[in-house]
Design a binder for this molecule. Structure first.
Ligand code: IVH
Length: 716
């Protein structure tokens, strides 16, 4: 009965039980649909975390109303879907899962629960003896070795029956096809028997990125994330395709080691001993030559284990592969076995899940922001969603070329990612979730702030507002000026900059030096002390000197290194303003692009007026660095990148200008477009079409690490 029918029949408001029943039915239908998309279509439309949340809600309802549990509820079976195309494999024992904990309190509750349970059941053991391992975000593989040889590899499937993916697993280079036999230890007689191990297969971040760069260059669909890469890879019907996505594996559990050959009692007990704790199991697996996690560690009390697990929330990016949490396990496996299971989850271990760093949500609109250089960045307005532990309602869409390439549309369900310090970004649309009503995103032709027609430089993906006085740039320009690397004015954050502009107290950076305490005190949330501190901080910045000022002015292509070189060489802004392109290029590390950019900037009337205004405001416009009058302008030492031409594309760890300046400082030239003369294309995240061009022309492609390596390795 629907709520409406209930109302019509005068049956009164639905009871809590009826609402729970309705919700449970809806959740089951959703979960069924999502697991079909995940397992059968390999095209999930929600993230694992969202799937977990739905499952959790259903579990909670079923726990409160056990009569609502149906035999077909997704909570009642281990896993869904075995696709056609692979032979079926019966697992030696059910492939179990783990219950989840989402914070330290959940882990403590798990520990408390199992200790109480053990007490009730009269089970004894050491519950403080624990092992912590990474929870690898990959796919379970069940490996079978017979007489020491790999004879079978299977996916988890429904937990009892998996798919035979032996041929695909053989492409995993770190997986031994033959176990090592180098000990006279009795337990190695396992090599004469049938032996099943469980591990997690995954794609490293490096392999994932490499794959996507190549896929992009070849015009193929990129992988959404390493996990999809691994799952798709293992389920290829042609192992050659699997080999194209190099996978790795880490093993963590022995599933069965029984054999007729092992009838000898003494032998069995030695083996039992080796497998009686998680720690010795991991050691044993390692000795057999199987890859085991290098960061698994033992602890003798819960809080230490929790502390170690939590430390990887910060350190997860150092691993080189994705984890979605850490697993805390009782070390004593005999004890764990006695404790048994709840549904499909063993009591003796718990998954401490980390906040998911990707999620999906709806893209509602695109807002354009102007950067300080005039580059128009499209920004996504999203339905709020939790990513990596914070709520996100805005994310960058990088640039319009990226939007077109990924075919992102307004109204799309989109994948939002956030890793480490990286600002949240829209990774792509969930195509399977399209309704057909989504709208294509059209790049603007005119600046939304000043109406000027936008321009696009050849070979660059960004579109620019060429108006140097565009009011849209003011916020960013001032934020940049006061920033750490520039004039370093403490206490002048984004919000206050916006406040000052809104109150019309500043219209350019020079106005900062004319601010009066009384005017500041009229602003919202400004007391005497705060106003005075800001005035003092601004005053102190007058002495930063020429190099910092040059950075602060935001002249394109000037980075930290070139700013210092220019300041040293010219000594004062007056001399610098008079330099022409040729004179500028006499400085080591100053290439034609940078030189032209400086000349262009100082030739603009508005900029010259700004410099005058800054001088009047008492700014130091001479160099703080020692003048290098005795030093020849061009160093005699051969520069590392002399004669080499670089093109930079995509987002790197530092602003592009800085990387360009760094290359130029080493004698290299940085240009905007790829040609046969280009020596290297340096590729960051979300690169533009230059990668394809580079591949076409056979130009060497480097990532940032590769660029750094060039310095230590002689150039070819
Ligand atoms: S132990 C009885 N250890 O996480 C053993 N699982 O959410 C249960 N996983 O299905 C699994 N790394 O696929 C275990 N170090 C690890 C793991 C791990 C990843 C996966 C595994 C499991 C899922 C549970």
């Amino acid at each position: 009965m629907s709520q409406l029918e209930m109302f019509m029949s005068n049956a009164g408001p639905p009871s809590a039980h009826a609402l729970a029943a309705q919700r449970a039915t809806a959740l089951r239908a959703q979960l069924l649909d999502h697991s079909y998309r995940y397992y059968v279509l390999s095209q999930p439309v929600i993230s694992d975390a969202e799937y977990d949340a739905l499952t959790r809600e259903l579990r909670e309802i079923e726990a409160a109303h056990p009569d609502l549990i149906t035999p077909d509820s997704p909570t009642q079976r281990i896993s869904d879907g075995i696709s056609e195309g692979f032979a079926k494999v019966q697992h030696p024992q059910p492939i179990l899962s783990l219950s989840n904990a989402f914070d330290a309190a959940d882990v403590r509750a798990w520990h408390e629960r199992i200790r109480k349970y053990a007490e009730q059941q009269g089970i004894r053991g050491n519950f403080d003896d624990l092992v912590v391992e990474p929870k690898i975000d990959g796919l379970t593989i069940v490996l079978t070795y017979e007489n020491g040889l790999l004879t079978q590899a299977a996916t988890r499937g429904d937990g009892n029956i998996g798919e035979d993916i032996t041929a695909n697993a053989r492409t995993i280079k770190s997986l031994p096809l033959k176990l090592r036999k180098n000990s006279d230890d009795f337990s190695f007689s396992i090599l004469n028997s049938k032996f099943s191990v469980r591990g997690e297969a995954f794609m490293t971040l490096a392999e994932f990125e490499k794959y996507n760069i190549a896929a992009f260059a070849a015009g193929e669909k990129p992988l959404a994330n390493p996990r999809n890469g691994a799952s798709g890879g293992l389920r290829q019907l042609d192992p050659k395709l699997t080999a194209k996505r190099p996978l790795s594996i880490l093993c963590y559990q022995v599933l069965s080691a029984k054999s007729e050959v092992l009838s000898n009692k003494e032998l069995l007990s030695t083996l039992d001993l080796a497998l009686s704790t998680q720690r010795s199991t991991l050691n044993y697996l390692r000795e057999l030559g199987l890859p085991v996690s290098p960061i698994a560690q033992c602890f003798d009390h819960l809080e230490a284990a929790i502390g170690y697990a939590e430390s990887y929330i910060e350190k997860r990016d150092t691993l080189g592969f994705e984890i979605d949490g850490m697993v805390i396990k009782l070390n004593d496996l005999v004890l764990a076995e006695k404790l048994g299971y709840v549904g499909r989850d063993p009591r003796g271990a718990v998954a401490f899940k980390f906040p998911a760093r990707e999620s999906s949500t709806i893209l509602r609109a695109v807002q354009v922001k102007v950067g300080r250089t005039g580059a128009m960045t499209p920004n996504a307005v999203l339905d709020p969603v939790q990513v990596g532990g914070i709520t996100i309602s805005n994310a960058t869409l990088h640039n319009y070329e990226d939007i077109a390439r990924k075919d992102i549309r307004i109204g799309d369900r989109v994948l939002v990612k956030r890793a480490g310090d990286v600002i949240p970004y829209v990774a792509g649309p969930v195509l399977a979730a399209r309704s057909g009503n989504e709208q294509v995103i059209v790049p603007p032709t005119h600046c939304p702030f000043c109406g000027t027609e936008l321009v696009r430089n050849e070979g660059e993906v960004a579109i620019y507002c060429p108006n140097p006085d565009c009011p849209g740039k003011l916020d960013r320009a001032i934020e940049h000026f006061v920033g750490r690397g520039a004039m370093d004015i403490e206490g002048l954050g984004e919000k206050i900059v916006a406040q000052l502009i809104d109150a019309e107290l500043i219209a350019d950076v020079a106005d900062l030096y004319r601010l009066h305490k009384d005017a500041l005190r009229e602003l919202d949330k400004f007391g005497e002390k705060k106003a005075q501190n800001l005035i003092d901080a601004i005053a102190a910045s007058r002495e930063r000197g020429l190099a910092r000022l040059l950075i602060g002015l935001g002249i394109r292509h000037i980075g930290e290194v070139s700013a210092r070189d220019l300041a040293r060489h010219f000594g004062s802004i007056d001399t610098l303003m008079q330099a022409n392109v040729e004179m500028l290029q006499h400085i080591e590390g100053v290439g034609p692009i940078l030189a032209q950019s400086v000349v262009d900037w100082f030739s603009r009337e508005g900029n010259r007026a700004l410099i005058e205004k800054l001088k009047t405001a008492g700014l130091k416009v001479t160099s703080n660095e020692a003048a290098m009058t005795t030093q020849p302008a061009v160093s005699a030492a051969p520069a590392a990148f002399a004669g080499k031409t670089f093109v930079i594309t995509g987002a790197l760890s530092k602003p592009r200008e800085e990387i360009a300046a760094w290359i130029e400082a080493r004698g290299g030239k940085v240009t905007d477009s790829v040609s046969k003369k280009t020596s290297y294309v340096v590729v960051g995240e979300s690169p533009g079409s230059k990668v394809a061009k580079a591949q076409q022309l056979g130009v060497t492609i480097l990532d940032e690490a590769g660029l750094n390596e060039l310095i230590t390795r002689p150039l070819g």
